[in-house]
Design a protein around this ligand. Structure first.
Ligand code: 5GP
Length: 228
């Protein structure tokens, strides 16, 4: 089927923002990477998750997470307010549907920094989500990072280290893998993936409209040229 752009199409319509899932084993350094990319890549936002874990000393409610108690979290599950949620090392973490929808509807790409279970739920629910796995360069380096953070009890640290191999094993289900051996290189690579995904033909219907119209080319050529 093909149809020309109609007069009724809103000229102000925007491409819907894409959803970008970034996962790594806990302590994999993805926070620093994502902070860099949020500062350098325009039109990119960050999904602030809800969690039942207690805030760490430098964390602020509403910035790293919304810190809530378990009863409130469970009510939110019942009300269907999470796009996905998971139990990660004994605490609950969840992505708020509304925030993600608001950003995407406004044409902003949004990063979800979530664990591998959450990434799996998103892959099932949102097939066009972009998924990126951040791989720490070694097991010992991961331990070093967790120790340096100094926020976990010895028991919590051991739990996270024991869980790391099965989290890393999940890398094969992601579209992109970035080795986090050098923060500059890795953050450039993360930005490059986002820019490349933005340039995909099927994501650019609105951006390409003017040029295509100018050539007398039909709208459906953007979405799926094989359907013509
Ligand atoms: P941390 O307690 O170190 O901040 O996070 C522990 C793990 O929970 C990390 O792997 C982090 O990516 C993950 N996480 C944070 N927010 C969410 C969320 O909303 N959903 C899921 N599934 N995992 C999350």
């Amino acid at each position: 089927m093909s149809s020309e752009y109609s007069e009724n199409d809103s000229q102000n319509q925007m491409n819907r923002g894409m959803l970008i899932v970034v996962s790594s084993p806990s302590g994999g350094g993805k926070g620093t990477l994502i902070d860099r990319v949020l500062k350098t890549v325009p039109n990119l936002s960050y999904s602030v998750s809800f969690t039942t874990r207690a805030p760490r000393p430098a964390e602020e409610d509403g910035r790293e997470y919304f810190f809530i108690d378990r009863a409130t979290f469970e009510q939110m599950i019942e009300r269907g307010e999470f796009l996905e949620w998971a139990d990660v090392y004994g605490h609950l973490y969840g992505t708020n549907c509304k925030q993600v929808e608001r950003e995407r509807a406004a044409g902003h790409d949004i990063i979800l920094e979530i664990d591998v279970q959450g990434a799996e739920s998103i892959r099932e629910k949102i097939p066009d989500a972009v998924s990126i796995f951040i791989l720490p360069p070694s097991f010992e380096l991961l331990r070093g990072r967790l120790l340096a953070r100094g926020t976990d009890s010895a028991e919590a640290l051991e739990k996270r280290m024991r869980g790391a191999p099965s989290e890393v094993e999940q890398f094969r289900h992601f579209q992109y893998v970035i080795l986090n051996d050098d923060i500059n290189r890795a953050s450039h690579q993360l930005a490059a993936v986002i820019y490349a995904e933005r340039a995909r033909r099927e994501r650019q219907e609105v951006n390409l409209r003017g040029a295509l119209e100018d050539f007398g080319v039909f709208r459906d050529a953007v979405a799926d040229p094989l359907d013509q």
